[in-house]
Design a protein around this ligand. Structure first.
Ligand code: PAF
Length: 275
C-alpha cells in the first residue's frame, strides 16, 4: 500500500494505478469504513482511501480540535482491508491560501436538516470532495447512507457538474444492538452509549409501522420522538429521498432522519423507507 501526502505524488500514483474507486474519509476508521473499502473493491481494480480531517466542514461549535486522529491504526486498517493507496495530505497542502476559496451551494438540499444546525457544513464537504475528485480522478466513489444528506448532495453535485464518477451508496453499518457506527461513538461513555440506542430503536419502530402500512409522516415522527423522549432532539423529519423536502404522506421513497444529543455528543441516523 502506498501512502502519499502531496497532491503531485497522489496524482502520479493514481495515474499509474489506473481506474480507481475512492473512499473519502476523515480517519478514525471503523467497520463502516471497512465496508466502504470492500464495496470500492467490487467497483474497481484499485482502491484509494483519503484520510483528511477537513477543517472547512467544521463549524465554530464543532469538535475540529478534538476530532480523533489515530493515523497509525487507520493505515493498518487500510492495509489489512486491501487499499492500494492512502492519500493523507496536510491542511496546508489542501488549503495553501487558507480555507476560503470556492463555495459550492446546492441550497435546496443543503439548507435543510443538518444544514439548519450546521450552516456551511455541506459547502465544506462539497469543497473537499470536489478537490479530492480532481486530484484522484476516481471512476467511482463510495459514501455511507448513514450520512444520507451528504450522499444525496454529493450525488447531485456530480450530476450538476457532469463528472464521470459513479457515486456508490453503502448501507449503514450497525453494531449488533442497532447503534449506527460513527467515529463520534467513541466519545460516548458506556451509559451514554446505552441511551444512544433509543435513536435506532425509534427509527426501527417507525420503519416497522411503515412496513405495516402507515404512510402518515406525522405518525412516524411521533413514534421516533416518543423513543427519544429522554434525549435533546435537533430534528426528527420524514423527507423525500431525492429532494430532502418534508413530506406529509409517503408516496415515494423517503427517509426518516434524526439528529439528537447524547451528553455532549451529537449523533445522526436515518432509515430509508421504500415500499
Ligand atoms: O463523511 C465524511 O467522513 C466526510 O464528510 C468526507 C466525505 C470524508 C469529507 O470530508
Amino acid at each position: 500500500m502506498i501512502v502519499v501526502q502531496s497532491i503531485a505524488e497522489c496524482r502520479s500514483q493514481c495515474d499509474r494505478l489506473g481506474p480507481l474507486a475512492l473512499v473519502p474519509t476523515m480517519g478514525a476508521l471503523h467497520r463502516g469504513h471497512l465496508r466502504l473499502i470492500e464495496l470500492a473493491k467490487e467497483h474497481a481494480r484499485h482502491v484509494a482511501v483519503s484520510i483528511f480531517v477537513n477543517p472547512t466542514q467544521f463549524g465554530p461549535r464543532d469538535d475540529l480540535t478534538k476530532y480523533p486522529r489515530p493515523l497509525g491504526k487507520d493505515l493498518q486498517m487500510c492495509r489489512e482491508a486491501g487499499a492500494d493507496l492512502v492519500f493523507n495530505p496536510t491542511v496546508a497542502e489542501m488549503y495553501p491560501d487558507g480555507a476560503g476559496g470556492i463555495v459550492f451551494d446546492l441550497p435546496q438540499l443543503s439548507r435543510v436538516l443538518e444544514g439548519e444546525f450546521r450552516p456551511g457544513h455541506f459547502a465544506g464537504v462539497c469543497q473537499i470532495v470536489a478537490k479530492l475528485f480532481n486530484i484522484v480522478r476516481p471512476a467511482s466513489a463510495c459514501f455511507g447512507e448513514k450520512d444520507y444528506q451528504q450522499l444525496r448532495i454529493l450525488t447531485r453535485m456530480v450530476e450538476e457538474l457532469n463528472w464521470p464518477i459513479e457515486i456508490v451508496p453503502c448501507p449503514t453499518v450497525r453494531d449488533a444492538d442497532g447503534l449506527a457506527l460513527s467515529s463520534r461513538n467513541q466519545y460516548l461513555s458506556a451509559e451514554e452509549r446505552q441511551r444512544a440506542l433509543a435513536i435506532s430503536r425509534g427509527l426501527f419502530a417507525a420503519r416497522e409501522e411503515f412496513t405495516g402500512g402507515v404512510r402518515q409522516a406525522e405518525r412516524l415522527v411521533a413514534t421516533v420522538r416518543n423513543a427519544l423522549s429522554a434525549l435533546p432532539i435537533d430534528y426528527v423529519a420524514v423527507v423525500d429521498a431525492m429532494t430532502l423536502q418534508n413530506v406529509q404522506k409517503i408516496e415515494r421513497p423517503a427517509v426518516i432522519a434524526v439528529a439528537a444529543r447524547v451528553g455532549s455528543t451529537r449523533l445522526i441516523d436515518n432509515v430509508i423507507l421504500r415500499s
